[in-house]
Design a protein around this ligand. Structure first.
Ligand code: SF4
Ligand code: SF4
Length: 165
């Protein structure tokens, strides 16, 4: 979404709060989804790019489904994250940004995500070495975490990554 498209789309926001009322992450966000729109309407892009909200949004689509104006908040959040990265603004939720990056790197390397590698690298880089150990053991026992990556279509994916640069 281009900047002017963002502004014209957000300009339609009625501040009815239906998005925020349905958002499963709203309690953890520093600005609720409707407040993000209001801040953009006021022209304070910088405040939005420094917010935790843009990193906490999981793209679940609940807000756009409920919105009477069909404002595509998940798409907007994607664009805001891209803008924050481009402007080298440190992510307010650094571990989420780290997870996104490691996930994409894994997909780029193997053609699909290699969960065990992703978990290992995330733990090392985030410093959360012993978090969720029990859950990891259970998943491993049930065969949900494979030791070796299952490779698929790397060349096609690498081409997509190159074109998206
Ligand atoms: S539901 Fe739509 S119109 Fe209502 S506050 Fe949210 S974005 Fe704005
Ligand atoms: S897409 Fe993002 S902002 Fe919308 S409801 Fe889901 S988490 Fe909340």
């Amino acid at each position: 979404m281009e900047k002017d498209v963002i502004e014209s789309s957000i300009g339609k926001c009625l501040q009815c709060l239906k998005c925020t009322a349905g958002c499963p992450l709203a309690s953890w966000m520093d600005y609720k989804p409707n407040q993000i729109n209001r801040i953009i309407q006021m022209g304070d892009k910088d405040r939005v790019l420094h917010s935790s909200t843009i990193w906490l949004c999981v793209g679940c689509q609940t807000c756009v489904t409920r919105c009477p104006m069909k404002i595509d908040m998940p798409h907007l959040m994607d664009d805001l994250r891209k803008m924050a990265l481009k402007e080298k603004i440190p992510a307010k939720e650094p571990n989420i940004a780290l997870f996104h990056q490691l996930f994409l790197n894994s997909v780029k390397r193997w053609g699909r995500v290699h969960e065990l590698e992703l978990i290992g690298l995330y733990k090392l880089k985030s410093g959360q070495l012993f978090a969720d150990m029990k859950l990891g053991q259970e998943m491993f026992k049930k065969g949900k975490l494979k030791l070796l990556p299952e490779m698929a279509g790397q060349k096609d994916l690498q081409q997509i990554f190159r074109e998206c640069k």
